[in-house]
Structure formats: C-alpha cells, structure tokens
Design a protein around this ligand. Structure first.
Ligand code: AMP
Length: 188
C-alpha cells in the first residue's frame, strides 16, 4: 500500500498532477477540497456547515477533516495506494493521519511537494477563477488561502523532513514536464 501526499500551496497544481499520478499507478485520488465542494453543492448538513468557511478561504475544522478521512479509509480497503491532495493541512491533521494509518499497520510513504513561486500561484488562481468560477478564487480569498497555507500548512514541511519523507519538485513548466519529474521520484 503506497500512501502518497501531494503537497504544496493552493494553485501549485496538486489536483491536476494527483489525477495523473493516480491514473498511472492505479491508486485512489482523494481530494478533500473536492469532497467538501460536493457536500456544499448537494446541500448536505456537512456542506451547510462548511460553505461559509470555504468561501472565505479559511480552513475547515480538523475534527471534520479527520472524520472525512476516517470514512475514506473505511470505504476504500481494497485499494493499492492513495494520492492525498489537500490533506493534511495542519499539524494536528498530520498527526491524526499517522495515527489512522498506524491502526491499519500503515504509514505515509512519501510527501511530494510542488514548488511554485507566489506570483505564479496568484496568476494561476485568478485564471482558475475565470475558467472554473470557483467561489474561493477571488483576489481577496486567494490572499486568505495563501495566508492559511503559510501559517498552518507550510510548517508540515519540517514535520515530514524530520521523518525523511519529504521530496520537492519544481512545479513550473508544462503539465507533462512536471508530471515526468514527479514520476521519476515516485518509487512504489
Ligand atoms: P482545495 O480544493 O484543496 O484548495 O480546498 C478548498 C477548501 O476546502 C480550502 O480552502 C478549505 O476551506 C477546505 N479544505 C480542503 N481540505 C482541507 C483540509 N485538509 N483542512 C481544512 N480545510 C480544508
């Protein structure tokens, strides 16, 4: 079982690359952002709870994310690997993930980070706002999301470096160039 965390700031291209990696290696792509957006668009009680938080570019509570991930693991017992995209995003989530995996005799296999400079990130996020109409891709909200990343998520780099699990790949260039770089460092 290969548990890959695709790491990086919003706009780094995690979603695009996670889909391609999952397809190539036959693993399950889990995007917590997609899961949450589906709840919002279906108007479920969970969706109603998180809608405003997401639209403001803030982080949904660790408790909710951990519940979501527990059900992901319970419902996917036969897969050969996961590509986690957008989770973990806080120290607490990272610790809980380790805990969840260890109860199944597993661990994080690798943390692969996409490195993109901040100017390029904002440019990409604004373009995505035009193309996909995501409510959390307005300039104001983008700023918030980057602040959340720097404050809560970036410290995870050290968390995983200390465990010797962290690898960085340059996340600029064409989708295929970046994908090729990622594939050279993934060793299932
Ligand atoms: P994403 O599509 O990964 O950029 O996620 C969109 C939004 O969903 C984020 O800005 C958060 O509001 C929420 N979200 C997704 N994943 C997480 C997470 N692991 N922890 C907290 N909030 C999350």
């Amino acid at each position: 079982m290969f548990n890959l965390i695709l790491f990086g700031p919003p706009g780094a291209g995690k979603g695009t690359q996670a889909i391609k990696i999952a397809e190539k290696f036959g693993w399950k792509h889990i995007s917590t952002g997609d899961i949450l957006r589906a709840e919002v668009s279906q108007g479920t009680p969970l969706g109603l709870k998180v809608k405003a938080v997401m639209e403001a570019g803030h982080l949904v509570s660790d408790e909710l994310l951990i519940e979501i991930m527990e059900s992901v693991f319970v419902n996917n017992t036969t897969v050969t690997g996961f590509v986690l995209d957008g989770f973990p995003r806080t120290q607490k989530q990272a610790q809980e993930l380790d805990q969840m995996l260890s109860t199944h005799g597993q661990k994080v296999s690798m943390v692969l980070a996409l490195e993109v400079n901040e100017e390029e990130l904002v440019k990409r996020l604004l373009k995505r706002a035009q193309d996909q109409g995501r409510k959390d891709d307005t300039e104001e909200v983008i700023k918030n999301r980057l602040v959340q990343y720097h404050h809560h998520t970036k410290p995870l780099i050290d968390y995983y470096k200390n465990k010797n699990l962290y690898t960085e790949v340059f996340g600029e260039g064409t989708i295929d160039q970046i994908f090729e770089q990622l594939c050279t460092v993934i060793k299932p």
